[in-house]
Design a protein around this ligand. Structure first.
Ligand SMILES: *[C@@H]1O[C@H](CO)[C@@H](O)[C@H](O)[C@H]1NC(C)=O
Ligand SMILES: *[C@@H]1O[C@H](CO)[C@@H](O)[C@H](O)[C@H]1NC(C)=O
Length: 161
């Protein structure tokens, strides 16, 4: 199987696992689908979108989310959990839906034009996720993460026409 096809399948898998129809209804269908695909490419670049990934060096789940990132995102939890419970962070960021919600909230908080192209889109979101909200203007074009992100983006754009 060629890599771009594998990427696309992975991304669509994430979309299926993390999307709710409620979200699509409230945010406008076109925009939310774009956002879900964007999340898929970020997931792909971060961990190969491994939905069962645990932790490495303080970074957990398919989006490799640190506890600080989770706190800045407003400490989302899985349904019924308490954000003050020890373990709420790990439980959330290793569960794909809660992990994706954490990324959404972090991106909303740090929403900005990192690459200076005059608009705020998935390229900016990929930078914010990786570099953090305060450092997203740092050049990251040489990083493996960013290269995989671009490849994923290109594959999806080709697919969507
Ligand atoms: C791909 O990149 C374009 C241009 O930055 C952006 O508008 C689009 O949302 C991106 N899509 C994905 C899935 O990354
Ligand atoms: C996903 O991560 C788990 C836990 O680290 C690992 O055991 C598994 O091999 C990974 N799966 C893939 C497809 O890389």
């Amino acid at each position: 199987m060629n890599t771009s096809r594998a990427l696309v399948i992975h991304v669509l898998l994430l979309v299926v696992v993390t999307t709710t129809w409620g979200l699509l209804a409230t945010r406008g269908r076109k925009n939310s689908i774009d956002m879900e695909l964007c999340m898929g490419c970020i997931c792909e670049a971060t961990s190969n979108c491994n939905l069962t990934f645990q932790c490495t060096r303080g970074l957990c789940g398919p989006f490799l989310i640190s506890e600080i990132y989770w706190k800045e995102a407003g400490r989302p939890t899985i349904t019924g959990d308490n954000p003050n419970r020890k373990g709420a962070y790990h439980k959330c960021v290793t569960e794909p839906y809660c992990a994706a919600a954490t990324v959404h909230q972090y991106l909303a908080k740090y929403h900005q034009d990192c690459n200076g192209d005059g608009r705020i889109d998935c390229d900016d979101f990929a930078r914010i996720h990786y570099m953090g909200g305060h450092q997203c203007k740092i050049n990251m074009n040489h990083l493996g993460y960013y290269k995989i992100f671009r490849e994923c983006n290109k594959s999806l754009q080709k697919l969507m026409g």
